[in-house]
Design a protein. Sequence first.
Length: 323
Amino acid sequence: MPPTSAEIEHAAQLIRGGRLVAFPTETVYGLGANALDAGAVARIFAVKGRPSTSPLIVHVGSIEMAKSLVAEWPESAERLAERFWPGPLTMVLPTRRNSGPGISGPIVPPIVTAGLATVGLRMPAHPVALALIRAAGVPVAAPSANRFTEISPTTAEHVRRSLGKDVDYILDGGQCQVGIESAVLSLAGGECVLLRPGGVSRADLESVIGTVAFRDLSPAAAHPSPGMHPRHYSPRTLLLLVSAGKLPDEGSGIYLQHSQPVSREGITVVQMPHSAAEYAAALYGKLHEADAASVDWIAVDAPPNTPEWEAVLDRLRRAANSK
Ligand code: TXA
Ligand code: MG
């Protein structure tokens, strides 16, 4: 049962009142607060246990709302928004500053952006998310609704298990359809850089704006996206990314098979979907289940290293990198 309009209105009132609401998006569930209320946003960081150096995405209900928060809205942003909003694309743009007499500073409080001169904006496609933002009438800052470094939630039950009573209200919109987080694309400084691959593929982005640069991962490079922590998206259980069906000799485990069969006694084999989109939609749910099974390890049959798998491989590599 999707939330009723009365439930959405209640949630919107909580947002306006500075409280925290978990809500479904097409990618993963978000933990939302009024993006213009620094105190409410501070609670997001406290509840998640997230370092203050990791900026939040601001969710908007319209392109006008997005434009009101940024200093410039380049033509590339206009074209991308036309094509992919509402949808799983976050655009990073320079923040707008207040300019009235007696007021100064960015419109979006620095706690949201980790003090950067840019803000990440996204218009989510889930009807409940859009209805919530529009009813609240304010932009909604929201990270994924899980504790720091845990696997992102793709059901309301995942949110309940992770955050429990620390969230004031949860809107249950069923299972997320995309299943992994949005693509984060920086358009600041006249350059297009993909900071995080995600729900919109690089190829689709390039079909609209031409070549998109890779993020520079060299240690010497300035940290363009402080939230790109390698330990994001991790189950508690040791996760191994394996090829050719090669499993550890010891211990109990679960094998998330894509195409390579394994021959070893005493392990549970879970068949994953073959297409990248369906695999992404299923991935976090399967990892949550495997994590709850109290095994020694989770082995993931590495999907092919081709462009359509870029976002899924990014998440799997981070999860495997965590211990
Ligand atoms: O699909 C999604 O993006 C989900 C749903 C809830 O919208 N949200 C999400 O939020 O994944 P979170 O906080 O888990 O990840 C936000 C990412 C981080 O990698 C952060 O570094 C990047 O967005 N980001 C946000 N603002 C940024 C900025 N101003 N500059 C660079 N990166 C930014
Ligand atoms: Mg997250």
